[in-house]
Each structure stands twice: as C-alpha cells, then as structure tokens.
Design a protein around this ligand. Structure first.
Ligand code: HEM
Length: 315
C-alpha cells in the first residue's frame, strides 16, 4: 500500500530539483545569447557534427547550455512519470502540459539553430527565439504549480493565507501582471530594443517619446508597465499589512520588483553591462516563479495550513 505522507515530500524533491535546473537553464540561456554564443554550434543536436566539439569558449558555452538542457529535459520526464504514478487530477494536467511545451520548446530550439544568422533580423526569427524562452517560462510555471499542489495535498507547504479574508486573488493579479511584463521583456530583448530608449528616466530626451519605431514603443511600454507593477505591488502590500494577511509574501514580491527595476535601469545606464543583464533576467524569472508558487491556492481555491476548500485529488 502507498504511504501518501511519505510520497509527497519525495515527489516534492524531484519537482524541486527540476524547478532549480529549469531556472538555471533559463538564466544560462540569457548568458549564452548575451555573449553571442547562441549560434556557436552551427548544427543540432550535435555540435560540429560531434558530441565533443572543438575547444573554443563560445562553443563550450553553447554546448554546456545544451548539456544542461538535456539534464533538465530528463528531469522533466522523470517528474512527469512520478506525478502520473502517484497523483491524479490537476498535477497530471500540469505535467502533461509541461511535457507538450517541452517538445515544442526543443523543436523551436533546434529550428533557431538550423535557420541560422541570415534570418536573424526578420520578424519570424524574433518570434521563434522569443517563443523559445516564453515556452521555458510556461514550463517553469507548470512545474511550480505542480510542486505547490503536491505539497499542499499533504499539508506540507507553509501557509501564507492565514486571515479569514485571505488574499482575495491578489497574488493571482500580481502574477498575471508580472507574467505579461516578463513576456514583454523577452520581446524587448529579442527584437533588439534593449537600448531603443538610450537614456533613463527619459526616453530619447522626452517624457513621452516620438515612437519613431516599434522598438521604442516596446521598450517604453516595458518601462511604463514596470512603474504600474511597482505601484500595484506597493498597494497590495499596504492592504495586506492592514488586513494582516500575506504581508510577508507581498513584501518579498515588492523587494524583488525593486531589485528588478534597478537592474533594468542599470542595463540602460551601463549600456548593457553583461552582469547586469544576467541579474535582470535572473531576478525576473525568480519573481515570476515566486508569484506562480504563491498564487496556486488562489487559482485552485485551496485553503492553506492543511485545510482544503476543495479536496486535492491524489491516488
Ligand atoms: C517589474 C519590473 C520588470 C520585470 C518583471 C522585467 C522583466 C524583464 C525580463 C524577463 C526581460 C528579459 C530578460 C532576458 O531574457 O534576458 C527583460 C528585459 C529587459 N528589461 Fe525588464 N523588467 C522589469 C523592469 C524593467 C525596467 C524598469 C527597465 C528599464 C528602465 C527594464 C529594461 C529592460 C531591458 C532594456 C531589457 C532587455 C535586456 C536585454 O536585451 O538583455 N526592465 N525585462
């Protein structure tokens, strides 16, 4: 007979490791593309027709990224297997979705390499390389949804909704806003709009720029939306403190957003200093993951601290 109390933490460890590897893979992807090593291996899935490519720094960055991708994909397969083995209901839905996304993501990754540099400036290429990372964010979200759900099913996750009023869907709201902002950031990056507004806080010396190109519009929208997200997070923290519910988690979210905005400003001020670019991406993905994890009880109407409004189905 299955001892569910013992299984949940073990499945949690497998899922937790997969979350960590997926996150590292995403940050490393930023590093690889920022150092211009993204197309260092001209072929795929091999690199220069071999498993062990020539000893050159850019090639090894790209090759290590692929290796990490292979390990992460294997972990995703193992996670899906153990979840399907021990759980039914939503965890199965999340992991199936994740697996489908992984297949699409791997194919897109391959296509990105195979279509190579001549198409780099075309809209199709921007769409493909952006969607590769956008898919990675969706995989991360599916993993965190599954992890939280599995841990909650055995009352292992620590509660943040403690007051009678709860957080009323505010994490969900912030998560949605940050997700759109992350997608926008990814498009800013891959459309080459990183310095479309070359100054900060103004854009091209103006409060409202001329919108001379779609890149200026993308970059400017990313900034305005960062300000709106900051205001929203501060207001939600204020409310949470007043209502005595979820204040700690909103404080963490606001802190991450403040760091994120600072790194974003520094990208422009330093004219794309590599460590700042990496920090902006790493904090952005962390913020997204944190909010995805926090919003699970709101999305699926689960009460924390062991109690469940709707039963969490486990086999
Ligand atoms: C809530 C706040 C913010 C979030 C969640 C966010 C998120 C992101 C993400 C996920 C990316 C893609 C990173 C990558 O793939 O490497 C990005 C790119 C970018 N963001 Fe933000 N961002 C925020 C605020 C800002 C601010 C305030 C600025 C500037 C004033 C800014 C400027 C940029 C720039 C220039 C890029 C392109 C970076 C590159 O080309 O590598 N961001 N953002």
């Amino acid at each position: 007979m299955l001892d569910k109390k013992r299984i949940a933490p073990r499945v949690g460890i497998v899922l937790g490791a997969t979350v960590l590897f997926t996150y590292l893979l995403m940050v490393m992807g930023t590093f690889v593309t920022s150092t211009g090593s993204g197309l260092a291996c001209p072929d795929w899935p091999l690199c220069y027709g071999t498993v062990v490519p020539p000893l050159e720094l850019a090639i090894w960055f790209e090759w290590s990224h692929r290796l990490l991708g292979g390990i992460t994909s294997s972990l995703i397969l193992v996670s899906t297997f153990v979840v399907w083995r021990y759980y039914k209901g939503l965890p199965r839905v999340f992991t199936s979705l994740m697996l489908s996304l992984l297949v699409v993501g791997v194919l897109l990754g391959g296509i990105t390499v195979l279509i190579e540099a001549p198409l780099l400036s075309t809209f199709a290429h921007v769409a493909i390389i952006s969607s590769h990372l956008i898919i990675a964010t969706l995989v991360l979200i599916c993993l965190l949804f599954t992890l939280r759900y599995v841990l909650l099913s055995k009352g292992k996750a620590k509660g943040t909704v403690t007051g009678a009023k709860g957080t009323r869907g505010y994490f969900r709201l912030l998560f949605g806003a940050v997700y759109l902002q992350v997608v926008l950031g990814i498009v800013v990056r891959y459309s080459g709009a990183t310095l479309a507004c070359p100054d900060v806080p103004l854009c091209g010396g103006k409060i409202i720029p001329d919108f001379s190109s779609y890149m200026v519009a993308l970059h400017f929208t990313h900034r305005v939306s960062a300000v709106l997200i900051l205001i929203l997070a501060a207001a939600l923290l204020y409310r949470a403190v007043k209502e005595g519910s979820g204040a700690r988690s909103f404080a963490i979210a606001l802190t991450l957003i403040l760091f994120q905005a600072t790194f974003g400003i520094l990208i422009v001020v330093t004219q794309m200093f590599l460590p700042v670019i990496i920090l902006h991406a790493a904090t952005g993905f962390m913020l997204l993951g944190f909010l995805a994890y926090q919003s699970v009880p709101e999305f699926f109407r689960l009460k924390l601290n062991g109690e469940q409004e709707r039963s969490v189905e486990t086999s």
